[in-house]
Design a protein around this ligand. Structure first.
Ligand code: EPU
Length: 348
C-alpha cells in the first residue's frame, strides 16, 4: 500500500471543499488498514478514516495527519434464520449494493436507494431515509480497534443505534474502523411504502409497487430534491441534509407551537418515541427566512431543498460555516430551537 503526501481532500468529498491530507493511504484490504495504522502510530500522526466523503465538511487547512480511505471491496451472500445475509466490504458503494439487493429481490434497504457514500459509513451514522434506517437490517459490524489492532464482530445491539447515531459517532467515537457490515434482508419481501412522499408517488398505482419500482421512485424523489448526486447539478455539491431534524420534548414542542400558530402555520412532525417529537429542520430553516436558492457569497441554500447548504463554486469552508452560523442564529431567534449539524467536521 502506497502512502501519498499532500493529497487534496476536496475532490474526495461531495461538498468539494477543504484542504489537503498531509499523508493519504487508500486501503483495499484489512492488511492495508493494519499497515496504515502502523504508519500513523509510529509517527504519532492523527488518524482520520474516510469513506465516500458524502457527509463531510473538511477545513481549509485540511488534515495534518494520516487520512485512510477505506476501499475494502466485496459482497458475500448467505442465509440464516430465513433471511438473506449480505456481508459487504466497507468500501463498497452503498447505492451499488442496494441495486444488487433489489435485483436479488431482497427487501429491507430499498428506501435507502440513491444515498451517496460507502457501506462502511452507514452503521456509523445509522443512515436513514424514506421510512427505513440501516439499524433495522444490520446484524453485525466487523471493526478494527485502533488502539489495539484487534478485530471484532459487533452485534446490532452493541452498535447502540438511534436517530443518525451509533456508538461509532458518539460514545466510542474514533475507537473503531469499520471493515465490513452484515445485513439480513427478506427474500421476496414487500417494499416499505410508509413515508408520505412514497405514498404520494404510488397513490394512483393499480398494483402494489415492486422493490424495483420503489427503488426507482426513491431515486426520482431524491433527484427532485437534488439529493441524488447528478454531475453538473450544482445543487448536489453539498453534504445532503446539513442539519439533523431536532427532537424536542413535548414541553419544548408546545412552546414552539405557540410561535408557529401565531404565524398561522403548521410544522411537520415525525414520531420519536414516548414524550418526544421530531420536527422538520427544513421547515424551520425555510420559515426562519432562508428560501430555497438563498445565497451568501459562494454558498447558499439548495434551490431544491432548504436543508442542504450548497457550494455554488469556489467556496471556502469559512463560507459554509458563516451560513451555518447565520441559519442556526436565525432559527434560534425565531423559533427558540437549536439546530445541530449532521455532517462530520474534519480538521477544525
Ligand atoms: N420542507 C420544507 N422545505 C423544503 C423541504 C422540506 O419546508 O425545502 C419540509 C416539508 O414540510 C417536508 C418536511 O420538511 O414535509 C420534511 O422534508 P423531507 O421529506 O425532504 O425530509 P427531511 O426531514 O428534510 C430527512 C432526512 C434525509 C432523508 C429524508 C427522506 C434528516 C436530517 N434528513 O430529510 O436524509 O433523505 O428525510 O427520508 O434526517 C441526510 O441525512 O443527508 C438526508 C438527506
Amino acid at each position: 500500500m502506497k502512502i501519498q503526501e499532500n493529497i487534496p481532500l476536496a475532490p474526495c468529498t461531495t461538498f468539494k471543499v477543504g484542504g489537503p491530507a498531509r499523508y493519504f493511504a487508500d486501503a483495499f484490504s484489512e492488511q492495508d488498514i493494519q499497515n496504515a495504522l502502523e504508519f500513523s502510530t509510529s509517527r504519532k500522526l492523527a488518524l482520520f478514516v474516510l469513506g465516500g466523503g458524502s457527509n463531510l465538511v473538511v477545513s481549509d487547512e485540511g488534515w495534518p495527519g494520516l487520512v485512510v480511505k477505506v476501499s475494502i471491496p466485496g459482497i458475500q451472500t448467505g442465509t440464516a434464520n430465513g433471511k438473506m445475509l449480505f456481508h459487504v466490504g466497507a468500501g463498497e458503494d452503498w447505492d451499488g449494493f442496494v441495486a444488487k439487493a433489489v435485483a436479488a429481490d431482497c427487501a429491507g434497504i430499498e428506501c435507502l436507494s440513491g444515498i451517496p457514500g460507502t457501506v462502511g459509513g452507514t452503521p456509523v451514522q445509522n443512515v436513514g431515509a424514506y421510512g427505513q434506517e440501516v439499524a433495522e437490517t444490520i446484524t453485525r459490524v466487523r471493526a478494527l480497534e485502533v488502539a489495539t489492532g484487534k478485530i471484532s464482530e459487533i452485534s446490532n445491539a452493541e452498535c447502540g443505534f438511534s436517530y443518525r447515531t451509533s456508538i461509532f459517532n458518539s460514545t466510542e467515537r474514533g475507537r473503531y474502523i469499520v471493515l465490513a457490515t452484515t445485513f439480513a434482508l427478506t427474500s421476496g419481501g414487500k417494499p416499505r411504502i410508509e413515508y408520505a412522499d412514497l405514498k404520494k408517488y404510488f397513490a394512483n398505482a393499480s398494483t402494489p409497487p415492486s422493490l424495483r419500482e420503489t427503488r426507482n421512485a426513491v431515486r426520482t424523489i431524491r433527484h427532485g430534491k437534488a439529493m441524488l448526486i447528478t454531475p453538473d447539478d450544482e445543487d448536489c455539491r453539498s453534504a445532503g441534509s446539513f442539519f439533523k431534524n431536532p427532537i424536542l420534548t413535548t414541553d419544548q414542542y408546545d412552546a414552539l407551537n405557540k410561535v408557529v400558530r401565531v404565524m398561522n402555520k403548521q410544522i411537520p412532525t415525525y414520531p420519536a418515541g414516548e414524550g418526544k417529537v421530531k420536527i422538520a429542520a427544513a421547515w424551520l430553516v425555510e420559515n426562519a427566512g432562508f428560501h430555497k436558492g438563498y445565497s451568501l457569497g459562494p454558498v447558499g441554500i439548495s434551490r431544491k431543498h432548504s436543508l442542504a447548504i450548497v457550494n455554488r463554486g469556489g467556496a471556502k469552508v469559512t463560507d459554509i460555516v458563516a451560513l451555518k452560523n447565520q441559519v442556526q442564529q436565525r432559527v434560534r431567534q425565531v423559533f427558540g430551537v437549536e439546530l445541530h449539524p449532521e455532517p462530520v467536521f474534519v480538521g477544525f
